[in-house]
Design a protein. Structure first.
Length: 655
């Protein structure tokens, strides 16, 4: 590489970005927005608190209160008592109607009815929960009523000659040994790692779009590659410029956010003291994430030919960044040797450890190695994308969702950008529908609705809308027993490797998750119903989405390897189970490979059903020492089939 040329090109890219208003606005936004949000939030909350403290609650009393309680209420300057001659036995409708009118006019906040019965004291609080003044009055009055209740209980015990300890046979004492700084760090660790992780990655996406998609749209990229300079120098200059702006954005946001966070955390301190070791740990944690985001987002940016089209590619990428980051702030989740192997999630958990001051050097090392590996993988993918002339100079088709259906022409396959847009919609619906449906019904019902509606019917409906051929798009073709038998060998190898991985991680997590979810509700179903729910439903619906709807367009545009890898990764991410991310990815690779070999979706469906069906069986007799032998045996028996070319297209008739 010619570093002199790289510095010159990098300077050109930096000047170009600095002249871009969108880039400058994105970099300076935290300086302007974060202080306004923090101080605005504090101003509103403090204003509400001052208003609440200055407001006097006007309470109407019916009945003659006990002397001690009446004295306490009269001494409370937050209360204004109004004695009523309403009957003690009850509140008439006329009185209630008058109270509602008075509450609307803010002349009366609530009614306290008291009656002394043979069984004891009866207090009735009448207020409108729709009015904040009534709720505030009830809260203030409840304090005095609870004090009166405790005093009466003690008086009755003393009168009976009993010990007050009878009321509280168990005494619980809580003592917080954490100091002020430790409490501040604990509060910050709940939100600051998420903000730092996401901002470090998401901000880079904007710079990557400017360096790739924007230059493709204006024709600048084609001009640059026609110059007498090495492509590697140009790619390196663009990458370094993107990373540099990402680091600057991270430093700016960090410099603005850290002094402001204690105000939100209400820790009682004006600022946090960050040692040099803390800053080094933050830099080492976030820098690989910036490289990962730069490599992947610049790669995705090359696939788009306009800003409008880039949204279809960047949205799934942002979800891939956001999901593990949100998982990382789960209460009680701590960094260990296993979580350190999951990118983005490991960085969020590592930042929590840094802020809490309990960082383990070994886990820091594992996290850095893991994220460095993914950085290299993303940069390799970026270099390959920049070396593809079709991506650099070709003019692709834009998304077709905006067109009216009657204007569309019949086609065999949909466009790749339509695939990514649909997958983005699937993820959004999957998250929200799963939450809503499980909140109003059972987990089983919610899961079934999401599987059939989102994973199956939605892709089929989009194929219909875009007039794509279902047989070609979904791979609804005949298959041979030879193809199914070979696929069985591939799946057995992947299944064995996944099971080995699951056994190996047992020492690093408290409980190895099984492939069976919703165990509490599944126990109420018959074995057949369990098989239909666990095996048949996902085997059909998930394969329609990944190995049918998404696989075929990806294969047609980028080849079978890319289609297998991308669908396997998406298949693993959508399950949102990062403990089983690698096993799910391995199974996705096997299903994708079998789909490509057989030219049909049906073998993948059958193997998926078989795989999940085994989750209903106890595999206690399978030990780790026999699994490598099983893998070698399966690979040996299937090696001949593995090296064969894809099955001929003569089996293309639909079924």
């Amino acid at each position: 590489m010619n570093w002199k040329v790289i510095r010159t090109l990098m300077g050109k890219e930096i000047r170009s970005l600095l002249r871009n208003k969108r880039v400058l606005l994105g970099m300076l936004a935290p300086v302007l927005v974060l202080p306004l949000l923090v101080y605005g939030f504090r101003a509103v909350t403090e204003g509400v608190s001052r208003e609440a403290a200055a407001t006097v609650s006007r309470i109407m009393i019916t009945g003659e209160l006990p002397a001690s309680l009446e004295t306490a209420l009269a001494a409370d300057q937050r209360l204004e008592l109004v004695v009523s001659d309403a009957p003690v036995s009850g509140i008439s409708p006329e009185v209630l109607a008058a109270y509602r009118q008075a509450a609307e006019a803010e002349n009366l906040d609530m009614i306290l009815r008291y009656e002394d019965t043979r069984e004891g004291h009866v207090f009735q609080l009448i207020y409108d929960v729709g009015h904040r003044r009534g709720v505030r009055g009830a809260e203030r009055l409840t304090e005095h009523l609870e004090t009166f209740r405790d005093a009466e209980e003690l008086r009755l015990l003393e009168t009976a000659g009993l010990s007050p300890a009878l009321l509280k046979p168990v005494e619980l004492q809580l003592e917080d040994l954490a100091g002020e700084e430790e409490r501040a760090g604990s509060a910050l660790s709940n939100i600051l790692p998420l903000i730092l992780t996401l901002y470090a990655m998401v901000s880079v996406v904007n710079f990557a779009v400017e360096l790739t998609t924007a230059e493709k749209e204006t024709g600048t990229l084609e001009t640059l590659f026609s110059m007498p300079i090495r492509g590697s120098d140009l790619i390196t200059a663009k990458l370094l410029a993107c990373v540099l702006f990402g680091v600057v954005s991270m430093v700016v946001s960090l410099g603005v956010l850290i002094p402001l966070m204690p105000l939100l955390a209400e820790a009682g301190v004006t600022a946090l003291t960050f040692t040099s070791g803390t800053w080094v740990a933050l830099l080492l944690t976030l820098l690989p994430l910036i490289f990962i985001a730069a490599g992947t987002s610049m790669t995705m940016g090359l696939f788009a030919n306009s800003y409008k089209e880039s949204g279809a590619y960047m949205t799934p990428l942002l979800f891939a960044f956001m999901i593990p980051a949100y998982v990382g702030i789960t209460p009680g989740l701590e960094l260990n040797a296993f979580y350190a192997l999951v990118p983005v999630l490991n960085a969020t958990l590592l930042l929590k450890s840094v802020l809490l001051g309990n960082l383990e050097p070994a886990l820091l090392g594992i996290t850095l190695v893991t994220n460095s590996f993914f950085s290299m993988a993303s940069l390799t993918l970026m270099v390959k994308a920049f070396g593809t002339e079709k991506l650099l100079f070709g003019i692709g088709t834009t998304t077709t969702f905006t067109l009216q259906r009657h204007r569309l022409q019949p086609r065999s396959l949909i466009a790749v950008e339509d695939v990514f847009m649909t997958l983005s919609l699937v993820v959004i619906l999957f998250i929200y529908l799963s939450t809503i449906l499980t909140g109003v019904g059972s987990l089983l019902t919610g899961t079934l609705v999401v599987q059939y509606l989102v994973f199956a019917l939605l892709p089929i409906g989009i194929l219909w809308y875009l007039k794509a051929t279902p047989v070609t798009s979904l791979g609804l073709r005949r298959f041979t027993l030879r193809g199914l038998g070979g696929g069985l060998g591939v799946w057995l190898a992947a299944f064995s490797l996944a099971l080995m991985y699951q056994m190996l991680i047992t020492p690093f997590i408290t409980q190895v998750p099984t492939l069976v979810e919703l165990e509490a509700e599944l126990t109420r179903l018959s074995p057949l119903a369990q098989f239909l729910f666990i095996a048949v439903t996902p085997g059909i619906c998930e394969e329609i989405l990944f190995r049918g709807f998404a696989f075929r367009p990806l294969e047609a545009k980028w080849g079978p390897k890319a289609a297998i890898l991308i669908t396997a990764l998406l298949f693993a991410l959508v399950h949102m189970d990062f403990i089983r991310l690698i096993p799910t990815f391995l199974l996705g690779l096997a299903f994708g490979y079998v789909t490509w070999k057989t030219r049909s979706i049906y073998p993948a469906m059958a193997l998926h059903i078989l795989n999940n069906g085994l989750a209903l069986m106890a595999l206690e007799h399978v030990t780790l020492q026999w699994l490598p032998l099983l893998v070698l045996l399966v690979l040996g028996l299937g090696s001949g089939w593995w090296l064969l070319k894809p099955l001929p297209v003569k089996n293309d008739s639909p079924i």
